[in-house]
Design a protein around this ligand. Structure first.
Ligand SMILES: [Zn+2]
Length: 231
């Protein structure tokens, strides 16, 4: 087992550019609520982005991208995360194959909570019955008749555009790790996320996000000028 040298930390603001939807699943019941509630903290009821969503999305973006540029060990046809245990994605995010998993994953994603300024901004909406989110009405059209489809109109709950969330990732640096490689790979991953989006329905305009005020271990970190990762 490799020795832990230190913990580094990425901090910053995840800015929601267009309504972001991470669904609460079918089992969540909202009293007088929406058809499609988003994930909320159980006691504060404030919407948040779970670390697991970010982790999964960033990993898949990196894997798809690496395959596209031809350096990836596993064909995309085999669905699921890489399990080689040796590439930078396996080291950072964890190895998808138990028999090759001989090191701990380096990344620890925290849930992204709303910053106090956003909570304050959205508070006035409470009087309109909107609980720290934005509600988007959608209709499905019947293609033949051009009328509203049988499903009727539905309301989609989303983290409001303009919302600012606390973004935080801890990175374990183990003996032999090259921190600058991790830094390049993460810069690459965060840029891919900005290019694609997060959460549901990104192909329909949802979930465009960007990062502000990023720091790597307290030092200002510009992911746009960081060298392209070549794991
Ligand atoms: Zn791998």
């Amino acid at each position: 087992m490799k020795r832990l040298i230190k913990h580094s930390e990425i901090t910053g603001v995840l800015l929601v550019q267009t309504g972001l939807r991470i669904g609460a699943g079918g089992s969540s019941l909202e009293i007088g609520g929406l058809d499609n509630p988003i994930l909320r903290h159980p006691t504060t009821r404030l919407p948040y982005v779970p670390g697991s969503s970010l982790k999964g999305k960033l990993r898949s973006l990196l894997e798809v991208n690496q395959y596209t540029i031809g350096s990836f060990k596993k064909p995309m046809a085999t669905v699921g995360p890489c399990g080689c245990g040796a590439c930078v994605v396996c080291r950072l995010f964890g190895c998808g194959e138990v028999r090759n998993a001989n090191e701990p994953s380096r990344l620890i994603f925290r849930d992204c909570k709303m910053l106090p300024e956003t909570v304050k901004e959205l508070r006035p909406l409470l009087s309109d019955g909107v609980f720290y989110s934005e509600v988007k009405a959608e209709v499905t059209m019947d293609r033949t008749s051009g009328k509203v489809g049988q499903a009727g109109p539905r309301s989609m709950d989303r983290i409001a555009s303009g919302a600012k969330l606390d973004f935080r990732v801890t990175i374990r640096i183990l003996d032999g790790d090259v921190e600058s490689d991790f830094k390049k790979t993460m810069a690459h991953a965060l840029r891919l996320l900005e290019a694609e989006g997060l959460g549901g329905s990104v192909s329909r305009g949802y979930g465009q996000v960007s990062f502000e005020d990023l720091k790597w271990d307290g030092q200002s970190w510009d992911i746009r000028t960081a060298a392209t990762a070549s794991p």
